[in-house]
Design a protein around this ligand. Structure first.
Ligand code: SF4
Length: 368
């Protein structure tokens, strides 16, 4: 079997090597790749050929990336929320720790495209040490999310060094790894990696699939290795115009994820990263997809649709509107079929028995 290191080494980073592109397109792609790097490994290249534009558009540069003057270089204000190099402390009890500047494939819609794969993303022993020191000194940090770039592009030994250091910090309860390799380079997930990771439980992995065609036998095998090591798996999907902005595509993706033991976690509205405007979808599209999922498929397959507020405001869930009215007597709402329902609103002071004062119709729990 070809090793993941060999596959990664055989990646295409020069657009001229991309098969079947007209000359003028190659020149445009080269122009983009000089600003935002391209890396397509042989595994993802094969998938692109098999599955077509929904896959290739995630990986092949597009001239619109450098013509887009909307958006922000740092849409989530990470640089200003960074008390140590490559460490973002936005929420009170957890930090984002960027431990790798490399990915198995450079996604064209990446929120961190300002630095991922570029010299701006300098990860070194000293940035790792500084991040660990910060975490150690800040006792409110109970969860650490390792991200990048992709932490699983680090070698097993180096990654273990980081995990071991984190586990020595008593207040770090949970370690989470954000990685796209189960999707973009599943060969990276080896039995040896899983055996190493399982020593550092509770350890969670959030991966990232955007299209049902990405759930290949290889990807499924990678997730099985991790799940068998007792690692809970979640998926963060980004809603992307022309790739997955379709109710049935998302439903199919979510159901397939559950089948390979990956819990759909977030469906993200695409961030306002500069160079990604052509991927963004109207908010209504995501809400309509959620309305299609909720009730029509198992809750296990329903992610939270969220927007990461520009400027570092944090993740905010967006839910289709089901509530029609809410007062002291009752909640009136609609179910997934659009049928009106009601629920008697319990009293805030139960001893008064006020909940039973709800009108007769409000006590009917069914929908009509
Ligand atoms: S794998 Fe993640 S960090 Fe890397 S380019 Fe893709 S979205 Fe960005």
């Amino acid at each position: 079997m070809i090793s993941w290191q060999k596959l990664l080494g055989d990646s295409i980073s020069d657009p001229a090597e991309l098969p079947e592109l007209p000359r003028e397109t190659v020149e445009e792609i080269e122009e983009v790749a000089r600003v935002y790097p391209m890396r397509i490994n042989p595994y993802y290249l094969r998938l692109m050929r098999q599955a077509g534009p929904a896959i290739s558009r995630q990986a092949v540069p597009d001239i619109r990336e450098i013509r887009d003057d909307t958006g922000m270089a740092d849409p989530l204000d990470e640089e200003n929320l960074s008390p140590a190099p490559n460490l973002v402390h936005k929420y009170p009890d957890r930090v984002l720790f960027l431990v790798s500047g490399q990915c198995a494939m450079y996604c064209r819609f990446c929120t961190r495209k300002r630095k991922v794969g570029r010299p701006e993303m300098a990860v070194s022993d000293s940035t790792i040490r500084a991040g660990l020191d910060y975490i150690e000194k800040n006792r409110q940090v109970r969860e650490v999310l390792l991200s990048g770039g992709d932490p699983l592009l680090l070698g097993d030994r180096y990654l273990e060094k980081i995990l071991r250091s984190l586990r020595r910090i008593p207040h770090v309860e949970v370690i989470r790894i954000g990685t796209r390799v189960p999707c973009t380079l599943p060969q990276r997930v080896t039995a040896g990696l899983a055996a190493m990771l399982r020593k550092y439980h509770p350890l969670y992995i959030n991966t990232h699939f955007n299209h049902p065609a990405e759930i290949t036998p290889e990807a499924s095998g990678a997730c099985a290795i991790l799940a068998d090591a007792g690692i809970p798996l979640g998926c963060q999907t980004v809603l992307l115009r022309g790739i997955n902005d379709d109710k049935e595509i998302i439903r199919d993706l979510m159901c397939r994820l559950v089948r390979i033991r990956v819990k759909p976690y977030y469906l993200f509205q695409a961030d306002l990263a500069r160079g990604t405007d052509h991927f963004r979808t109207p908010i209504d599209t995501g809400l309509a997809i959620m309305r299609h999922l909720i009730g029509r498929t198992s809750g296990l397959a329903v992610p939270t649709f969220a927007v990461d507020a520009p400027g570092g405001g944090g993740k905010i869930p967006l839910t289709p509107e089901y509530i029609r009215s809410l007062d002291e007597q009752s909640l009136r709402f609609t179910n997934y079929q659009g049928l009106p329902c009601s629920y008697p609103n319990p009293s805030k002071t139960p001893e008064t028995g006020a909940a039973t004062d709800a009108p007769e119709e409000g006590r009917r729990l069914g929908c009509s």
